[in-house]
Design a binder for this molecule. Sequence first.
Ligand SMILES: [Mn+2]
Length: 236
Amino acid sequence: MLLGDIVEMWHRDAAGVFLENWDMVGILKELKKKINVHWVAGNHDYHLLKLKNRAPHYRYPFEFKETLELVDGDTTYRFMHGYEFEYGSETRFIKPILEILCHVMSDSEGVQKDEMWAYLARKMSDLQYSIITERGEKGNLKITTGSIEDRPEVRLKNRIEGIERLAYAEAKEKQGQILVFGHTHHAFICHGERLVNTGSWVNEGDPYNTYVVLQGGKPRLFVYGGEEISERKSMG
Ligand SMILES: [Mn+2]
């Protein structure tokens, strides 16, 4: 199960990023001969949802899903990337914007930001500036500003708790389900083991290179080539 943001389509030409990562695609295609490989799209590779297999005309090596449920005995594992928990009720408005960001094709002449990207990022930043307001602890109005250009660990730093709280509320709602998400780069399994974050393979998180094994209704979190993370996070 690949849980989204596998490739960065916001800052890169969509064809270029896959050419550059062709070895990864090859490895996944090989893996597909032995096991089922599922790919849930994230906010940075959102455009993949548009790639639908329509034989005999279009044949992609994977089906790309927005969410996916897999049943294992009495347990249903529900997979989603998790950007929905960042955007909350704004999710339906942000989706067309995610799609546009994937289309910017912004590595023209090998630079990270072309004019179109710079323009959109500025517009998006203005938009974020006006909508991200929240109440502080003591009822004080707190205005948090952020830019879509910030790297995830900067952009999400003060928001991870809120994202995790929304994800936990979602997980609690559905009995017999384990909700598995990513997006925040912050790996954990909650007390009661109803909510799991798989972490990331970008070397910014602590720990990173984490993965989750789901078997018999029980999630387990590991560092690749390292130990199992057996502590469980209190969600209040
Ligand atoms: Mn994401």
